[in-house]
Design a protein around this ligand. Structure first.
Ligand SMILES: [Fe+2]
Length: 250
């Protein structure tokens, strides 16, 4: 019998790249996954979308999530063991999404960081205002051999009418990572429009899920099955331009 309450099956659409470089899948270290079981579900969703390598970038922020390389590595080891026990076809890596704040400054100055493979560092701006001295900091990081990536530039409202700042940061070799959730409209029309503007202006180097939970996974899976996503990929040749799989040499 036809059952109108039957749950709509999730699409089996795949992403064109295989490395997710921004997500909150490590268990119990931020407001992403809260348990190993939840992390495994999120990894299964990643695998279903064609992801084979996941760089886990848990929050590191003053007061709220004062993680250290040690706390993150402990969560990573726990999850890695569970991934092996379950036989999931995915490789995971431990890193962080560093909010540029006083805790970051302290950890950075102490050399107490957990970079991504290839010495990339995923940095999150304040959501309230641009940090004074951000250009110098990005320059100094590169002098020290780090490769800064700005997480979701489309989510910082103070740049919306100062697009010259996007161009200045990007031309200073800061890579930009846009959230697929933003493209899907999850953070509202402005964030979606700015994401599209960044793509149109060649200012989007990488895409990330920024997945914190299974709701995010469902939104992404639905979006990548949409015509909007397919058209966007074709129109701007995203498979040729997005460097997720090239940049980390995994
Ligand atoms: Fe994030």
């Amino acid at each position: 019998m036809f059952n109108i309450f039957k749950k709509k099956p999730q699409s089996d659409a795949k992403l064109f790249y295989h490395t997710d470089m921004h997500c909150h899948i490590l268990p119990g270290v931020d407001h992403g996954s809260q348990s190993v079981e939840e992390s495994l579900d999120m990894l299964r969703a990643e695998i279903d979308m064609g992801i084979t390598h996941v760089i886990c970038t848990s929050h590191v922020t003053a007061e709220t999530f004062e993680n250290t390389p040690e706390t993150l590595t402990a969560a990573y080891e726990e999850l890695k063991k569970a991934v092996e026990e379950e036989g999931l076809p995915v490789k995971i890596y431990a890193s962080a999404e560093y909010r540029i704040d006083e805790y970051w400054t302290k950890e950075y100055e102490a050399g107490h960081l957990l970079p991504m493979p290839g010495k990339h560092i995923l940095l999150e701006n304040s959501f309230v205002q641009e940090l004074i001295g951000i250009d110098n900091m990005m320059f100094e990081l590169q002098v020290k051999g780090y490769r800064p990536i700005l997480a979701h530039p489309e989510r910082y409202r103070y740049y919306y009418d100062r697009k010259d700042r996007y161009k200045a940061l990007h031309s200073a070799s800061v890579k930009f990572q846009v959230n697929i959730l933003s493209l899907a409209g999850y953070f509202g029309n402005s964030a979606r429009d700015i994401s599209l503007w960044l793509i149109q202006n060649n200012l989007c180097d990488m895409l990330g899920s920024d997945m914190h939970n299974m709701d995010h996974a469902h939104v992404i899976r639905e979006y990548i099955a949409s015509k909007d996503w397919r058209k966007l990929c074709e129109k701007y040749n995203l498979p040729g331009r997005i460097i997720n799989d090239r940049e980390f040499a995994l």
